[in-house]
Write a protein that binds this ligand. Structure first.
Ligand SMILES: Cc1cc2nc3c(=O)[nH]c(=O)nc-3n(C[C@H](O)[C@H](O)[C@H](O)COP(=O)(O)OP(=O)(O)OC[C@H]3O[C@@H](n4cnc5c(N)ncnc54)[C@H](O)[C@@H]3O)c2cc1C
Length: 496
């Protein structure tokens, strides 16, 4: 098949995925003669959740040329330094997954290995004490990182929590100002070319027919184009990730916002707490095989702080991914391409990388099979790596309810099995192609769940090592003391 030129792009769907794609394309195509159109149906609406992110979101905002302060104000955003996992490792046990590493290497050895070797010999100070990002979060503080070579302890990253509907509105304004055309209405038919199987056009309830060269399916879980019209199958991963439901509810804030997301383990899943400037997003992700919807609802409502401002909304899902996210002239971005539960806030990041793959492999604005195949290969790897990282949280849990026993006992993908074995045997972290979570993140999980490498050579000069560690710890403690509170920091951003 010869490469097909693209002169028109139609995005179907106006949720987070649709408007992120529209905004990005508007900027990317500023000087190119390609018309971008978006169709969305207010009647159908959007999923309306998805408010915690990972640090890659900075790049998206930067690529659009938007000032951070403008973005924070427009979306009522707060800063996020990582995720606190409450009761996952066992009752009353808490650990933190920071957007950062621990300490700085000593004698060319990763700090965490030095720490584990010292810990095996009785060193009692926790690994967390060597992470400024974690210490800031625990103290309710926030400061921008410094990437100065002299301040390596201040090398950390951060992301945001934001209001999903304000985010989509903000991006819509951005895209429409840059010539993205929006059409309101419901699509009821997708017309395929009888010879090529490519999508030719979509037909709407109003009778309007819209043709295009490239179609971006942002219709969410129904996957109207890639799934229903083109018949691309969905790979179900619920045998590894059995949560299949979520109840989402918003509450008023009763305290200054934390600079992190909280994930609290519950009877048959976990509850999220996402603090925004003006309210808190909460939800319970659970397995309906192990708890009824009514009991899950009661458990969620009994564990809220603040007044409810919405009724709990039930969302059903199947964890997994579309066999190919790009087929013929259709690219699936967002929930139409797959879903991994929001434990590590990865869906918006997958939207972003999906857009990057689509634009990166649309070489010379043409659809070429070999580029499409490579985009699909990379997309699959990226999904599988994140899947493994999420499964790890369940596999290592230290809880006793039936759900938790079940996920601890389940067989896991061979790729994850191997990573766990490598860590156990050597303390090394095996990083594969398209890995979203780097070594520091895996270390924080192994540490948080009380795992340790079986053998690690101890330092010959213990005293010297302890002195260096002591200095690092006290520098981090001072750094955390000097930082402003998270609430103060947000206020300053609001005035810049
Ligand atoms: C419980 C839960 C919690 C989550 N939390 C997070 C999180 O903390 N962080 C994170 O990164 N992600 C999170 N996500 C994922 C995140 O919500 C989604 O990735 C994001 O909202 C993108 O959704 P979407 O745009 O693909 O779909 P949707 O929001 O469902 O949008 C679909 C769009 O398609 C349109 N549409 C559908 N059918 C038609 C039709 N026939 N005609 C016209 N238009 C149509 C709809 O009107 C809508 O505009 C979470 C998801 C769930 C389920």
């Amino acid at each position: 098949m010869s490469a097909k030129p693209v002169k028109k792009i139609l995005i179907v769907g106006g949720g987070t995925a649709g408007w992120m794609t529209a905004a990005y394309l508007a900027r990317w195509l500023e000087k190119v003669d390609i018309q971008v159109t978006l169709i969305e149906s207010e009647l159908i609406g959007t999923i309306g959740v998805g408010e915690a992110t990972v640090p890659g979101i900075h790049q998206f905002i930067k690529d659009l040329g938007i000032k951070e302060s403008e973005f924070i104000r427009a979306t009522n955003a707060t800063f996020k330094l990582g995720i606190e996992f409450e009761n996952w490792a066992g009752i009353d046990k808490t650990f933190f997954h920071p957007f950062a590493g621990y300490g700085v290497p000593i004698e060319d050895r990763p700090f965490y290995k030095t720490w584990w070797a010292a810990n095996k010999q009785g060193y009692t100070e926790g690994l967390d004490k060597f992470c400024l990002c974690t210490q800031l979060a625990h103290a309710g503080k926030f400061a921008l990182p410094s990437f100065d070579e002299k301040s390596r302890l201040a090398w950390y990253n951060y992301a945001y929590h934001f209001d999903a509907s304000l985010f989509a509105k903000f991006l819509r304004g951005y895209a429409e100002q840059r010539n993205v055309k929006r059409i309101e209405g419901k699509i009821n038919h997708v017309q395929l070319d009888a010879d090529t199987g490519f999508i030719q056009s979509v037909a709407m309830d109003s009778g309007q027919v819209v043709e295009s060269d490239l179609f971006v399916d942002c219709t969410g879980m129904p996957a109207l184009l890639i799934g229903k019209a083109l018949g691309v199958g969905y790979e179900d991963w619920s045998h590894w990730l059995p949560c299949d439901s979520a109840l989402a509810v918003q509450t008023t804030s009763v305290a200054d916002p934390d600079s992190y997301t909280r994930s609290s383990a519950r009877t048959a899943g976990w509850q999220w707490h996402i603090p925004l400037q003006h309210r808190v997003g909460n939800g319970y992700v659970y397995s309906s095989q192990f708890i009824s919807h009514d009991h899950a609802r009661d458990e969620l409502l009994n564990n809220l702080t603040g007044e409810r401002v919405t009724d709990p909304k039930l969302i059903r899902f199947t964890t997994g991914m579309r066999n190919n996210f790009w087929t013929k002239n259709c690219v699936a971005i967002g929930l139409s391409s797959g879903f991994l539960e929001p434990l590590e806030s990865t869906s918006i990041s997958l939207i972003q990388t999906g857009i990057a793959k689509m634009t990166g492999f649309l070489v010379n604005f043409e659809i070429d099979e070999k580029h499409v195949a490579e985009a699909n290969r990379l997309n699959r790897l990226e999904y599988e790596r994140i899947r493994d990282f999420i499964i790890l949280h369940y596999k290592l849990n230290g809880r006793s309810n039936p759900f938790w026993q079940h996920v601890r006992a389940m067989t896991i993908p061979a790729t994850l099995e191997e990573k766990m074995a490598v860590f156990r045997d050597s303390g090394d972290i095996k990083i594969l192609e398209q890995e979203s979570f780097q070594a520091d993140s895996w270390v924080s999980m192994f540490y948080g769940f009380g795992q340790a490498p079986s053998v690690l050579a101890a330092s010959t000069d213990t005293e010297k090592i302890h002195t260096i560690m002591q200095k690092m710890k006290s520098a981090i403690g001072k750094g955390a003391q000097l930082a402003p509170s998270h609430a103060e920091f947000i206020q300053t951003v609001g005035t810049t």
